[in-house]
Design a protein around this ligand. Sequence first.
Ligand SMILES: *Cc1c(COP(=O)(O)O)cnc(C)c1O
Length: 392
Amino acid sequence: MPPFPKPDWSQTLTELAEDREQYYRAVSPPIVQSSNFAFPTVDSLRQAFADEMGGYLYSRGLNPTVDILRKKLAAMDGAEDALVFNSGAAAIFAGVLANVKAGDHIVSVQAPYTWVQRMFDVILPRFGVTTTYIPGKTIQEWEAAMQPNTTFIYLESPNSWDYSLQPLAAVAALAKRRGIVTLIDNSYCTPFYQRPIELGIDLVMQTATKYISGHSDTLGGVLTGSAARMRKIFDSEYLNIGSGIQPFNAWLMIRGLRTLPARLERIERSTKQVVEFLKQDPRVETLLFPFDESFPQYALAQQQMRGACGLFTLVLKKRAMADIVRFCESLKHFLMAVSWGGHESLVIPKCAGIEPADYDPESPLHRYVRIYIGLEEPDYLIADLDQALGRL
Ligand SMILES: *Cc1c(COP(=O)(O)O)cnc(C)c1O
């Protein structure tokens, strides 16, 4: 039994927040490319100053095009409200900064997204905030890592390289008992496959750069949660850092959302086919994919996720870095690049981030090759993987 039914976003994606009478009944909403909004009276301007979240004053705060996107994303997450940032990294930074102060302690899952780790290791210590990293696969580990000054828990489930999971409902319950704020990076799943708010998580972040944009042409980041939490972030970090998404980029995201379920379903089917092919291939040592029965935390994945798609990681039998390089460079139809979630299939080897002298052929981690399956025909991709494996 999946933990929740397939979301029906028909109304959300075509009607919600689209007030077409306001703009000539245009099917596609206008891009309100204005930094500024004018007021007829001093009194109305005074009201706008008093409650900037109550209307349109200046586009560093709210903007009508961004608002359409905001409302749809909140509904998709089952959250009261959402804020949309100019990147996923900005959304995470605001969500963390709004909830820690000097002397606080964070417990984070190990190996979070690169720039999150940088924030915890380099930026926050300057302000007296410390972080403990744990694998976080069991609730006992989270309980053991708590300190009297722990105020924040950072989750990323699944991780986007090894797909490690954390038991979300149990961690959320532990945090609630102790008055600790929880934030999850839900970028791998999107709310199509995982709904952290329903599991009790306070703040849900996803990069919009990946599946929501879907076309590798713009950056964005989403933070959802209760209206009170979103207002708190809006009133300080959002307005102060000034990293809200711009109207044109928001419009691209609204366009991306229209086809999000269709793209995810297509990628889910293709990923299954490609995974089935690679799993039985004798040149592949292991394949990590959270919705494959061989995945070490498959049972937990089934409990808290409805599905998975797109990203998986290979470990080839050949161990030399030269073999990994040959495999990646032999692929003709997978672009070698960071990121994922677009129309195009991608490949990235972990060893690209390791100095050759530090490469350890005995470390499966160093041998990771991450694949992203895009919208091409699966047979086209399988043939390409097959010929690149043949070069080993
Ligand atoms: C890309 C990514 C981010 C950051 O998003 P940006 O939009 O690139 O800032 C955060 N978490 C994960 C898991 C990502 O893949």
